[in-house]
Design a protein around this ligand. Structure first.
Ligand code: ADP
Length: 217
């Protein structure tokens, strides 16, 4: 009976955390959120992909500002104003530098064949750090809603399934530890294609299987 009751409240808490996480398909610069995350490179001076789109939309003042920041190491994040994006309601851009995927044949937990290595790679730790850093910046800057692109899964070559597990797992963990009165209240995974969004949706739906007990909070 007690077990049943505690399972039920664990499930309620899990659902409460999940209700604060959304998956959308959009150009991240078009979202009406307090903060968007940029998957930048260490120079912070712009590039291709989502970085290029954000620099174009935020305007030349972003580049001028970022020239004063001295770059950013992989796994860390720096906050800037949103410049021209402020007219659309975005107040902050959190520039984080995801890792370049260089690992071969090292499956994430729960996916290995017998004899294969399991566990976190250095890249996984750095990618997780990108998400945690940006969530902390959101809290520090009073952001209710933050949107993440799928960091490192473009030219940096991260396997999409694996990146989605790390992204969701850490966001879920963070929101579980920070109650619904804490900031950020909502986290959006902003995907650039329906196929990418499907990877996130599946990752979230299946989280009880791959989180190895960590789906229970
Ligand atoms: P990285 O160098 O970190 O791999 P990319 O910009 O190449 O960064 O890709 C990261 C992710 O951002 C990819 O999933 C890509 O499809 C996506 N993306 C590209 N442009 C946009 C955009 N305007 N809005 C949201 N996501 C985008």
């Amino acid at each position: 009976m007690n077990d049943q009751r505690s399972n039920c409240s664990q499930e309620d808490r899990k659902q409460e955390v999940l209700s604060r996480i959304d998956v959308v398909v959009s150009d991240i610069t078009k979202l009406k959120v307090d903060a968007i995350v940029n998957a930048a490179n260490e120079s912070l001076l712009g590039g291709g992909g989502v970085d290029g789109a954000i620099h174009r939309a935020a305007g030349a003042r972003l580049l001028e500002h970022n020239k004063t920041l001295g770059g950013c190491p992989t796994g860390l994040a720096k906050a800037t104003p949103a410049f021209d994006l402020e007219s659309g309601g975005i107040k902050h851009i959190f520039h984080t530098v995801g890792p370049i995927w260089q690992v071969k044949d090292q499956p994430l937990w729960g996916e290995a064949d017998e004899g294969e290595k399991l566990g976190y790679t250095l890249e996984d730790t750095l990618l997780a750090s990108c998400y945690m850093q940006c969530l902390s910046l959101a809290e520090k800057h009073g952001c209710e809603v933050i949107a993440f692109p799928s960091i490192s899964t473009g030219v940096y070559g991260y396997p999409k399934d694996r990146a989605a597990k790390i992204a969701f797992g850490h966001v879920f963990g963070y929101l579980s530890q920070h109650g619904k009165e804490s900031l950020p209240r909502r986290v959006i995974f902003c995907c650039f294609s329906e196929a990418d969004a499907e990877v996130y949706r599946r990752t979230i739906e299946d989280c009880d299987t791959w989180m190895i007990g960590r789906g229970r909070i």
